[in-house]
Design a protein around this ligand. Sequence first.
Ligand code: ZN
Ligand code: ZN
Length: 115
Amino acid sequence: MPRPRSRVCSMPGCPSIQTEPQCPTHRAERDRHQRRTTPTKVTRTYAEQKRRKAAVDTHRAKYGDWCPGYARPPHTATDLTADHIDEISLGGAPGGQLQVYCRSCNSSKAGRNRR
Ligand SMILES: [Zn+2]
Ligand SMILES: [Zn+2]
């Protein structure tokens, strides 16, 4: 096996030399940054999707095709989706309470919370 090539850390101004593109310090920094900015995968698990679908089904059984409205009056909507009241990216618990809105309201909610 060929010897791994050493290189300078890709972080400008960092003189560290290692075989990875970045020194351990800056790699850890980048990982931390990615964890903060990448939405957690917990929302894509089968169990979570089932939970969201159940939340929508419960809502539909109670109210029908009805969106409570986010920053707008309640209205009829057939494309209901469940989302966390507290965005996970903002520190909400992955298993936290869900709120049902139509797709359009949910995305304006997400847009408002995003920094
Ligand atoms: Zn570095
Ligand atoms: Zn809506």
